[in-house]
Design a protein around this ligand. Structure first.
Ligand code: IPM
Ligand code: MN
Length: 353
């Protein structure tokens, strides 16, 4: 695939999104020179500001156009002046669903134990990946109100799980675990003791698919217990597969034990289509424009994007550079406490590349 020009759609989005994406693009430029690949980026203005001006979230035509890119690089979606849900459902979830990015891949790696809130845990203990189903479950938006606004109101929110959706996610997780080639252990994280329809399907499918992967050790944890193990024994985990809602929740906890939202990145993966990479922390409106937000999560997301494009050496170099910066210059990974500005951190990653 050499000499291919990678077409990258860039959606800086809201809040601190544009600031962190700017640093990511600095790193992309440097990586392309050093590792000799070419790319063409196109900046798209989808987000809260455009919505406030035009009333548009994202159109079908825009979604269709996104499919022509090789990858999407996203900053953050979420605006304090827009009612919660409109942009999240109208832009972020719409992209994930329409582009069939059915995996949300969220690595949890501690690069420097100084930034871990857990006592006595090092990089050896916190190194796992959450494979979150990204197209179904409670996120499907199915449900209804009965007697809305009355005393006897009922609100129903359905978790929608298809055999196809569950199976492709579990299969992806086994393949990923095998390819990662570390502990070769995959933990199913669910709630079989209470959610006896959805998790019956998940458990049965997991048991079926695992027969094809005798080299992978398997395990099960209820989601509540998993949050406990994340804090107590994170070293037990290698790969974790779970549904959309549980994956959302446990990856925020995962982000905290790896040092915070400032370093946590994720990929919304369509293995046969276009995938989208983002820092998982959101738009952090209170830090907007202050040059204090940590761009490393966005830079790690860029590393994942490069890996997805097949620029494996560049991806590895970006991660290694982040590791160096996290182990030398930064006082903290949190916004405003790093001892460096957003732009300085981006510059350091470029220097160490
Ligand atoms: C995430 C976010 C989103 C989600 C929100 C913004 C819709 O929290 O990417 O984890 O719930 O998936
Ligand atoms: Mn989340």
């Amino acid at each position: 695939m050499k000499n291919k020009i990678h077409k990258i759609a860039v959606i800086p989005g809201d809040g601190t999104g544009p600031e962190v994406i700017k640093e990511g693009l600095k790193v992309l430029k440097a990586a392309s020179k050093k590792f000799n690949f070419t790319y063409k980026d196109q900046i798209l203005d989808y987000g809260g500001n455009r919505y406030l001006k035009t009333g548009k979230t994202i159109t079908d035509k825009e979604l269709a156009d996104l499919k022509k890119f090789d990858a999407i690089y996203l900053g953050a979606i979420g605006h304090p002046e827009v009612k919660p849900g409109i942009l999240e459902q109208g832009i972020l979830l719409k992209m994930r669903f329409s582009l069939d990015q059915y995996i949300n891949l969220r690595p949890v790696r501690l690069y420097n134990s100084l930034f871990c809130p857990l006592k006595d845990k090092t990089h050896k203990d916190i190194d796992f990946v959450v494979i979150r189903e990204n197209s179904e479950g409670l996120y499907k938006g199915m449900g209804s109100f009965k007697n809305k606004g009355k005393k006897n109101e009922v609100a129903i929110q359905i978790s929608y799980n298809t055999k196809k959706g569950v199976e492709r996610c579990i299969r992806y997780a086994f393949e990923y675990c095998r390819k990662r080639n570390k502990k070769k252990k995959l933990t199913l994280c669910g709630k079989t003791n209470v959610l006896t329809y959805a998790w019956d399907l998940w458990q049965r499918t997991f048991d079926e698919v695992k027969r094809e992967y005798p080299d992978i050790e398997t395990d099960y944890a209820h989601v509540d217990a998993a949050t406990m193990w994340f804090v107590k024994n994170p070293e037990w985990f290698d790969c974790i597969v779970t549904d959309n809602m549980f994956g959302d929740i446990i990856t925020d906890l995962g982000a905290m034990i790896q040092g915070g939202m400032g370093i946590a990145a994720g990929g919304n993966i369509n293995p046969k289509g276009v995938s989208m990479f983002e820092p998982i922390g959101g738009s952090a409106p209170k830090y907007t424009g202050k040059n204090v937000i940590n761009p490393l999560a966005a830079i790690c997301a860029l590393g994942m994007l490069l890996d997805n494009l097949g620029e494996v050496r560049a991806a590895q170099a970006v991660e290694n550079s982040v590791i160096k910066v996290v182990n030398s210059k930064l006082k903290s990974l949190s916004a405003g406490k790093m001892g460096c500005s957003t732009q300085e951190v981006g510059g350091l990653v470029v220097e160490n590349l």
